[in-house]
Ligand binder design. Sequence first.
Ligand code: CP
Ligand code: NVA
Length: 306
Amino acid sequence: MVRHFLRDDDITPAEQRQIISRAIALKADRFAAQPLAGPQTVALLFDKPSTRTRVSFSVGVTELGGSPMVIQSGESQLGAKESIADTARVLERMVSAIVWRTFAQSNVDEMAAGTTVPVINSLTDEFHPCQLLADLQTITEHKGDPAGLTVTFVGDGSSNMANSYLIACAMAGMHVRVATPADHQPLADAVSSAQRIAGETGASVLVTDDVVAAVTGADVVVTDTWVSMGQEADKAARIATFTPYRVTPELFALADSAAIFLHCLPAYREYEVDAAVIDGPRSVIWDEAENRLHAQKALLEFLLTA
Ligand code: CP
Ligand code: NVA
């Protein structure tokens, strides 16, 4: 049966560990896996802009022996003239996997329901699960086994990144804290899924508006833009709301003295994070960005050989 990766818990905690360790192995031996030899084609659909996702999937598919085909929003019949269901049935006749960055999670759900090839969510309004594989790989490389470590996401708790942090880090056995204003809560389903998973993995889950308490003692501090793609019209109000949640050097100093800083990028310095933190010695953002490549190659190999 075809496997999809639409949200972080579409794989098991054991499979997540397996994919991350495979990503670390593929980083050391870039051309060790060729599951797309042929070359087979992978469709990369984008309804929102991208640098890392477009480049890492394009390079990754090529390194796996395949051929990437990028289709930007408006360049195909999808959306305006043709349904997701019909697009899914056409693509499956020609490509080996479909990677889609779009708005509603229901879009990727519908694509997956209508096709026999793996569908990968490369960011929706609700989740960004590929980013979390790269982030967990980065945490593993810098801090060892993530299980038992404390990770604090600071900022927009209602964002795709916060939802994915809750689920993916609970799967990894981490103590996950989200510091966010009371009126920007994560999806209820993401919190309840994370809590259920935490019961199995030894993780814990905390959502709070107390940013000082949330960051104190953390092993990993992470933030993201306050203005996600599609929210540009609300920029001024969002900046006002989230300013108390900026990761300043003073806030970061409350974390463990060996804590690392992560950001999925693109970053807006002096808004969600000060340059002194994101460009400082404990920021691992460039490793994190590179790991998108390795983590997604491991994910593609896993889904294509499942
Ligand atoms: N982090 C991330 O997904 O970056 P892009 O928007 O550049 O793909
Ligand atoms: N939360 C951000 C992530 C960008 C990679 C957004 O959705 O725009």
